[in-house]
Design a binder for this molecule. Structure first.
Ligand code: MN
Length: 272
């Protein structure tokens, strides 16, 4: 009898533990020509390794479909992909602009806007970081090699696999990113030719490459968003304990543990 009692307790406890895992929505790539929705498995494994349940979110064809999907998940990962269309930040396309995917731009923006409206936790990765910045009013360099003023820039489009880092980033100490990683310098991978130019209002830069290229932004406390220019999911898929923490932080935030970031006390100059 005692045995049955304890096994029932164990079963109940494990069901509760399963129920507590948050659903982490992952935006997916969309190919009109192949008629597919897809995402690299690195994202899926990173979420699993961090204790979340990955939920792939196919392209939303209208804002209602995006809102309905976001309502059901606890957090959103905006994954990597094509260049963001420059119309969204008021520019004409430069000749070095890469491929864009307008249907995906729309879908990702709806997902992000609903996530913010419902105060769901967001982690932006690569394109996801750029799209976040643009959605909230920032701008981009359409192409680092031809537009970035501080040259020579470090290599941001590495020519080897993503499981190996290519350049360093310097992390701001008064940031969520630093709280998570506990390091002022991180070695990261890099697969981008675009980068943030003007940072969106209410976001702050929390990591930069040695050439000054913006590599991470945060929107705390106004927006529950951390966004990075590199691909931490490659490292987290491999079981890298340090990089899994970035995804564990998303799981934490998905469970409602919002970060408290001290805002620097910036004095406004008096205007006479
Ligand atoms: Mn980079």
């Amino acid at each position: 009898m005692k045995k049955i009692f304890w096994s029932m307790i164990l079963v109940t406890a494990s069901i509760c533990a399963i129920a507590q895992k948050p659903l982490i929505g992952i935006s997916t790539g969309y190919s009109a020509s192949e008629n597919t929705a897809s995402v690299r498995y690195t994202y899926v494994d990173a979420v699993v390794n961090a204790g979340g349940i990955p939920v792939l979110l196919p392209l939303a064809k209208d804002s209602l479909a995006a809102a309905e999907a976001i309502e059901r998940v606890d957090a959103l990962i905006l994954s990597g992909g094509e260049d963001v269309h420059p119309f969204y930040y008021g520019e004409e396309p430069a000749s070095a602009l890469g491929g864009v995917n307008v249907a995906r731009d729309k879908s990702d923006r709806w997902l992000l806007q609903t996530a913010v409206k419902l105060d769901k936790a967001v982690l932006g990765i690569c394109r996801g970081e750029q799209l976040t910045n643009v959605t909230f009013g920032g701008t981009l360099y359409q192409d680092i090699p031809s537009q970035y003023p501080n040259r020579p820039a470090v290599q941001h489009n590495q020519r080897f696999g993503g499981a190996e880092p290519v350049h360093h980033v310097n992390v701001a100490k008064d940031s969520r990113l630093y709280e998570i990683m506990q390091q002022e310098q991180l070695a990261v991978n890099s697969f981008h030719h675009q980068a943030i130019k003007e940072v969106a209002p209410d976001f702050k830069v929390v990591a930069t490459a040695p050439d000054g290229v913006v590599e991470a932004i945060e929107g705390f406390p106004k927006y529950n968003i951390l966004a990075v220019q590199w691909h931490p999911e490659y490292f987290a898929q491999q079981g890298d304990k340090q990089w899994i923490r970035l995804f564990e932080d998303l799981v934490l935030r998905a469970n409602g543990n919002k970060p408290v970031i001290k805002q620097p006390n910036i004095r406004q100059p008096k205007i006479r």
